[in-house]
Design a protein around this ligand. Sequence first.
Ligand code: FAD
Length: 317
Amino acid sequence: MILVIAEHRDGKLNRATLETVAAAQTASAGAGGPIKIAVLGAGVDAVAAEIAAADVAEVIVVDDAALKDYTADGHVLALQALIDAEKPDRVFLPHTYQTRDFAPALAARLKRPLVTDCVSVKDGSYVRPMFQGKLQADIAVEGPHLATFQIGAYRADAMKAGGSPAAVRKASIAIDASKIRQRPEAPFKEAKQAVDLSQAERIVSVGRGIKSQEHLQLAQQLAQAMGAEIAASRPICDAGWLPMDRQIGSSGQTVAPRLYVALGISGAIQHLVGMKGARTIVAINKDPEAPIFEIADYGIAGDLFEVVPAMIAELSK
Ligand SMILES: Cc1cc2nc3c(=O)[nH]c(=O)nc-3n(C[C@H](O)[C@H](O)[C@H](O)COP(=O)(O)OP(=O)(O)OC[C@H]3O[C@@H](n4cnc5c(N)ncnc54)[C@H](O)[C@@H]3O)c2cc1C
């Protein structure tokens, strides 16, 4: 049995959860065995009902006031008890910041191996990038284990829906709130404004080809016309032209939008590992040999200062 751990915030499931269910469906098609989904929180019936639309055997809810706000200890306590009771062979999680916070402790408590940042699963083994994406390793694990899946490795819309909603069951797990050491506070003000680019549908990303900070407004106009988020390669964020949370790549965010428009980005491997999961990649670069064109679906070899205004004009028609 595969148990998928759902992730949600403010009553909304994130896309990474749907992608992880799609990974579980792929894995179970090969090796067999049912899929169950765990939803943790307080008052999460609506979230459980939503994910019950997936083609899975069951949705298990751990509903406890102690889980109202996310804490690593709360998640470890609840999931350790749930996994001890349900005995899944495999536990699948989305490779999000939240998972990174608690999954290592959970794996240690369970004495199970944890394979992180997987991009695919086949015949019981996992593929994950190593050395900044230069190598892909095949990881074979013996016995029960946990695995996390990179954002965009599987597509959310590849998640199969069931003919009828899956059964939703409440697990009888009591959480000892006194064992939770973290005391969550209100989110930082910056965090409130910070954008989670991993959930963005469209992204316009700017590289050093933009030349100077005042030209950023050109990219911003294009993003606005497309209803896209703005992002950047590392040199742009290092220069302070955009905040760090807009950086895409190995030392920034990993994203998987439907559409990624790269303006004046060369396509260094450290950038590519952060955005190669995008469904459609459009690259504009004046160097026809730029490596970004190797992964672009549409390439425009031209000067972005001519191409972008033309795109904005066309989009605003
Ligand atoms: C440990 C480590 C971690 C890193 N992490 C990251 C990371 O997370 N994210 C990241 O992005 N990078 C990262 N880097 C940096 C990475 O190696 C590259 O240096 C960086 O991605 C290059 O950014 P760029 O493409 O914007 O700039 P450049 O490589 O300088 O490319 C600029 C491009 O713009 C084009 N251009 C110039 N003028 C125009 C014009 N008028 N119109 C159209 N095109 C034009 C040029 O042809 C060129 O291809 C990391 C590096 C290291 C060593």
